[in-house]
Design a protein around this ligand. Structure first.
Ligand code: FPP
Length: 241
């Protein structure tokens, strides 16, 4: 193998900020939407490879709360793409043991797209190969504020004492309550920031930044990121000695 990977320490959960679709298209003189299409194609390829490598959960940033500010043609292009892939998930997103879950606030999405999301989640709920969490209408701060509101409401309703509020309770109120926090978060496209992705869940994640544009990110690049993660000394604030 090109990269020295310890198969017994494959991250259970990888987050990916799939950046660089627009630039990939611009480099080729294509509309930005063509870059998103290439990005979606690559997501299928990388998800399948991650599953075969032993990754059990992947969370990908597909549409943020901030992405609503993009030109309406681009927003509707991404929505169409999502509709296409989720509507034809079996063929487009591949493998039969893929579970798809959506995290975020999709209430502003077209009702037909919301229906497709609910359908795909239901159809794949028994699959155990890999879970692909697609972040849509997602913002990390928004998620934390929602959790805070739910907890406050429980206190107001007398179901919870303030002294019982702790970190596990907050975690249980996140969209990702059903999955352990990611050990590794990858950002493609050259920027070195978190852009409001998995703010709560990334407290102890290792970050891996690469200049590679998302549609050009290969299975080898994923192995390189995993190798880099495995070479880090993870101390969680303590000492390893
Ligand atoms: C960031 O690149 C990418 C997005 C805002 C959209 C990502 C969406 C997909 C890959 C499609 C997902 C499809 C499915 C089926 C889940 P950018 O546009 O910011 O790139 P740039 O920085 O080069 O402009």
């Amino acid at each position: 193998m090109k990269y020295d990977i310890d198969v017994s320490r494959i991250p259970n959960h990888i987050g990916i900020i799939m950046d660089g679709n627009g630039r990939y298209a611009e480099k080729r003189g294509l509309p930005r939407t063509a870059g998103h299409k290439a990005g979606a194609e690559n997501l299928r390829k990388i998800t399948e490879f991650a599953r075969n490598t032993g990754v059990k959960n992947m969370t990908v940033y597909a549409f943020s709360t901030e992405n609503w500010k993009r030109p309406s043609a681009e927003v509707s292009g991404i929505m169409k793409l999502l509709g296409f892939y989720l509507g034809d998930w079996k063929r487009q997103l591949g493998d039969s043991d893929l579970r798809i879950r959506v995290i975020g606030d999709v209430s502003a999405f077209e009702p037909s797209l919301q229906k497709k999301i609910a359908f795909v989640e239901k159809q794949t709920e028994k699959e155990t190969g890999i879970t692909l969490n697609i972040a849509l209408g997602y913002g990390g701060r928004d998620e934390i504020v929602r959790a805070g509101k739910k907890i406050a409401q429980m206190c107001v309703d007398g179901k919870l004492k303030i002294s019982d509020i702790d970190e596990p309770l907050f975690s249980s109120m996140m969209y990702t309550h059903y999955v352990a926090d990611p050990e590794l978060i990858i950002r493609t496209g050259g920027e070195i920031r978190t852009s409001n992705f998995l703010l709560w869940q990334s407290a102890y994640a290792e970050y891996y930044f690469t200049d590679v544009l998302w549609p050009e990110f290969t299975p080898d690049d994923l192995l390189k990121a995993i190798a880099s993660y495995q070479n880090r000394d993870r101390r969680f604030g303590g000492l390893n000695k």
